[in-house]
Design a protein around this ligand. Structure first.
Ligand code: C2E
Ligand code: MG
Ligand code: MG
Ligand code: MG
Length: 280
């Protein structure tokens, strides 16, 4: 991908391989402006249980609807937001938007717990848990309706402080999940003491598991280990029926991926769900 530079505007996007140029303060200004102008969008991707009763939950995935660049994926601005600290404002925005969605759904008689991705900075912020609690109170949303996804790498920067934040969040009644499981370096010794309920197996293992026996072995053994630790498992990045069937046969608890649905603007989730056949 070619670098897209605009000298007149503030926006400066760079190719994936040149992260150093991303440290361009104009992007920080552009993100702030975009947020103020209301260009951030809450997208939701459904997660479905593979066993038992019909249920729905969703993951919040942030998008930036830029007036000239179009819909911008998080990979193009989240890393920079993390570097500059702007991620704190983005996370607050996403939690606020998710709580608003839950509150609006309540009026419609619809409910769907939303999982929000959090970053290292959030976990190291001693005020984070209280900010989340205040947001839920303000919108009259129960803590069971918002859960958080945390990557192993976000936990490893300062494990003791991260653990303290997770304990506060768990005490508030929020469910916690380890995201991108298998891609980080966290030890099981550390993971076992976390107040988490769920492991999300990274999509890099799910993508080829129907054709690559090594990926299949990793997925199966992760499932077994998680279940023995009393954790639920979500497979992310499920792109075809064969993969879904195999995961179901192996006892995976939940699935998420393009085969079920792509991330969609949050208002489309309830109509999408209404169209799903019973028993999915
Ligand atoms: P993630 O949390 O692991 O989210 C899963 C990513 O996989 C999403 O990409 C989703 O659209 C994509 N995906 C889902 N199903 C499939 C599939 O079947 N095939 C393939 N190829 N991809 C699939 P997205 O939305 O581009 O987000 C990328 C990453 O950006 C997320 O990975 C997460 O780490 C980060 N991110 C997104 N929104 C937020 C946010 O609000 N806050 C923070 N801190 N990070 C976010
Ligand atoms: Mg996630
Ligand atoms: Mg993930
Ligand atoms: Mg991932």
């Amino acid at each position: 991908r070619q670098a897209k530079r605009r000298t007149a505007g503030v926006l400066c996007f760079v190719p994936e391989h040149d992260r150093s140029q991303v440290a361009d303060l104009s992007l920080l200004g552009a993100m702030r402006d975009g947020m103020v102008r209301g260009e951030l969008r809450l997208y939701l991707q459904p997660k479905l249980p593979l066993h038992g009763k019909r249920a729905l939950s969703a993951e919040a995935l942030l998008r930036w609807q830029h007036p000239t660049e179009g819909l911008i994926a998080p990979a193009r601005f989240i890393p920079f937001a993390e570097q500059t600290g702007f991620i704190t404002e983005l996370t607050t925005w996403v939690i606020e938007a998710a709580a608003q969605a839950c509150a609006q759904w309540k009026h419609l008689g619809f409910a769907c717990p939303i999982a929000v991705n959090v970053s290292t900075r959030d976990l190291l912020d001693p005020a984070f848990a209280e900010r989340v609690a205040a947001c839920l109170r303000r919108h009259g949303v129960d803590s069971s309706q918002i859960s958080l996804e945390i990557t192993e790498s976000a936990l490893m920067e300062d494990p003791a402080r991260a653990l303290a934040t997770l304990q506060q969040l768990a005490a508030l009644g929020l469910e916690l999940a380890i995201d991108d499981y298998g891609t980080g370096y966290s030890s099981l010794t550390y993971l076992k003491q976390l107040p988490v309920q769920t492991l999300k197996i990274d999509q890099s293992f799910i993508a080829q598991m129907a054709s690559d026996s090594r990926d299949a072995a990793i997925v199966q053994s992760s499932l077994e280990l998680a279940h023995q630790l009393g954790l639920l498992v979500v497979a992310e990045g499920v792109e075809d029926a064969a993969t879904l069937q195999r995961l179901q046969a192996w006892g995976c608890d939940w699935a998420q991926g393009y085969h079920i649905a792509k991330p969609m603007p949050w208002e489309q989730l309830a109509p999408w769900w209404a169209k799903q056949p019973q028993g999915t």
